[in-house]
Every structure is written in C-alpha cells, then in structure tokens.
Design a binder for this molecule. Structure first.
Ligand SMILES: [Zn+2]
Length: 347
C-alpha cells in the first residue's frame, strides 16, 4: 500500500498592515497562552514589535528570541526556549523562517510564517534550509499552519530581495523540465498537479514582470503569491522537485565555491538561464524577464568571476546526486561549461 500525505497551510493572510492582526489570527487558529516569537536583529523592529503588540492585545503571553543565523545551534536554541509555547512565529527573512520552522517541527509545535521579505519559496513550503560546515542543506520540515505576509513591510525590504524571489519563482520552469526528464528516464514519482501549480506560479509572475517595481505594495503581493504557490506545489509533490532542479544544484555549487555567494534566488535565476539553454528551451525569454526585474543575469552582476561560474557548472551534478537532472550523472566538461556560459552571456 502506498500512503501519501499532503500538508498545506491552513490559513494564508496577505495584505498591507495585516501584521497588526497577528493576535486575532492566532486566536482564531485556537492558540492560547504562551507564544514564542523568533525574529532577527533588524526584522524584530520591522515586524516583530507590531506582531508582539497585537499578540499582547489579544491576551497572549509573548516570549521573544532574536537569532542571527540559520544554523543547527540556532534551531537548538529555539527548541530550548519553545518548550511551553503553544505556537512558534518566525518573523523575518529566510534564515529566521527556516530555523523556526525546523525547531517547531522537532518540538511538535505549530508554526506560523511571517515573512518580512519575499526572497525565496521557504515562506510556505515544508522544507528548511540550514547552514552547516558544507554550505546549506535542505531538510524536511512541517508546512506552516498559517502564513501572515504583510505586503507593506515586504515592499519596504531591500528591492534586491524581491528580485531574488522572482528568480526563485522563475526557476520552476527548469525544475519542472528536470522532473519530467527524471520521470521519463527513471520512472521517478511525478505529480501533474504539482507541476501545473509550479508552472502556473512562474507564468503568472512572468506575465507581470513589467509591473514589478521597487517599494510597491502590489509588486510585493505578486511575488509573495508566487512564492506561496511554489511552496504549495512542493507540499503537493511531497518533494521540492517542482521548484528545485539543475538550476538549484548550480546555486548550491556556487554556495560552496564562490568566495562570496550571492542571494539564493539570484543564483537560481542565473542557473535557470543556463539550464534552460541545456534543455533547448527559450532561455532568452528567461534572461529578458530577469533583466526587466533587474535581477542578475551575468557573473559580474553576481559579483563573481567567470572561473567561479565554470567550476559551479562542472560540479553541479555532484550535488544531491540522487536528483537526476539535465546535467546527467557525469555533468558538464569544462569546455561545454565555458561554451554554455558564454553563449548565454553569463560570462
Ligand atoms: Zn529555491
């Protein structure tokens, strides 16, 4: 017998100023008593304070923890102080959300995701990426029970984060192509509905790229929507396959070999151009979309040299080997990597 479980968020709240409703949202989700708010040093001021005020107004007793990185120690620290909480809220960027999500999973507590930026699809997904000595690893976690995405706060975050979020959404195109390839070649588990949702998230964003602007609430809303639906595609699939393929392997390779890695979504965006070229798809379309959004499309815009890109391309297939992609089992030769990177204008 083949059992399957799909875990999705129960409530998704978006809108300008919605963070001020945090208390009533938690109340309606039937939480009571003590709440743990996990935030970062700057995101605490941006979002944490408002959320805490709202929680206290609803009679919750709030405990706060400020962390500054997504490490195993940070997760452990959250687990230790979360013992008597009824729910954990992660208020911040990817690191905060991922650490709080993983800690809540391990403690058997519910988790509410309160993003202050829209930079990657971990906002609503059942995955958490945690830093260790070999770069970052993506771990299985529970999906948040609720998402509270204040589009006004998100629109005020540095624009670079929003552009990176767009890169993470556009990477769904090559991720789905890789997944279909693995399905055809290796009979890997495949879900039409997860693929369709993932592709739709990317397509809806692609249709709006001209309207994505800095400090603009509707732009923030559009990107958040794409990231949440990408996260739900991951939930439906039960694997990150619909939103992570060869372009993510390339990004993880850069995380390891670049002296100073760029943002996850920025690297995935450039990876999508390269992998779309390998798939024989419309890579120029992806590149134009990223340019319109003002996301990086070249090595220099990622602040990296050509060597770094070539090296990442030749080692990308070694990352997460069991995940078959267009890179195959043997990967690219140095010559092929140079050709692809220069042909696409990345180097
Ligand atoms: Zn991603």
């Amino acid at each position: 017998m083949d059992f399957r479980k799909v875990q999705l968020p129960r409530e998704i709240h978006t809108g300008a100023g919605i963070i001020e409703e945090t208390g009533s949202i938690c109340r309606n989700l039937t939480f009571e008593g003590r709440v743990l708010v996990v935030s970062g040093p700057s995101t605490f001021k941006i979002g944490g304070e408002k959320a805490i005020e709202s929680l206290q107004n609803e009679g919750f007793s709030v405990k706060t923890l400020v962390i500054d990185k997504a490490s195993e120690e940070a997760v452990q620290e959250i687990q230790n102080v979360a013992q008597d909480a009824s729910v954990i809220l992660g208020i911040g960027g990817g690191k905060i959300i991922d650490s709080a999500k993983l800690a809540s999973t391990r403690n058997g507590l519910q988790f509410i995701s309160v993003p202050t930026a829209a930079s990657h699809d971990g906002i609503a997904s059942p995955r958490a990426s945690i830093r260790n000595e070999n770069g970052s690893i993506s771990l299985k976690a529970q999906a948040p029970i609720g998402v509270i995405a204040d589009t006004e706060i998100i629109s005020k975050a540095p624009y670079r984060l929003l552009a990176a979020g767009c890169g993470d959404i556009l990477s769904n195109y090559t991720a789905v192509l890789d997944w279909q390839l693995a399905y055809r070649l290796l009979n890997e588990d495949y879900s039409d509905s997860a693929s369709a949702l993932s592709l739709m998230s990317a397509k809806v964003l692609l249709e709006k790229v001209d309207a994505i602007k800095e400090r603009h609430v509707e732009s923030a809303a559009a990107v958040v929507k794409g990231l949440i639906s990408s996260g739900m595609a991951i939930s439906i699939a039960g694997t990150s396959r619909p939103a992570s393929g060869s372009e993510h392997k390339f990004s993880h390779a850069l995380d390891i070999n670049a002296p100073k890695p760029a943002l996850h979504g920025e690297q995935c965006g450039v990876g999508t151009i390269l992998m779309m070229y390998l798939h024989g798809g419309d890579w120029k379309f992806i590149r134009e979309a990223l340019k319109t959004i003002k996301a990086p499309t070249t090595a220099s815009e990622l602040n990296m040299d050509s060597e770094c890109i070539i090296e990442a391309l030749t080692m990308a297939h070694t990352i997460r080997k069991e995940r078959y992609t267009i890179l195959g089992d043997r990967g690219l030769t140095k010559e092929a990597a140079e050709e692809i990177a220069s042909e696409t204008g990345v180097i």
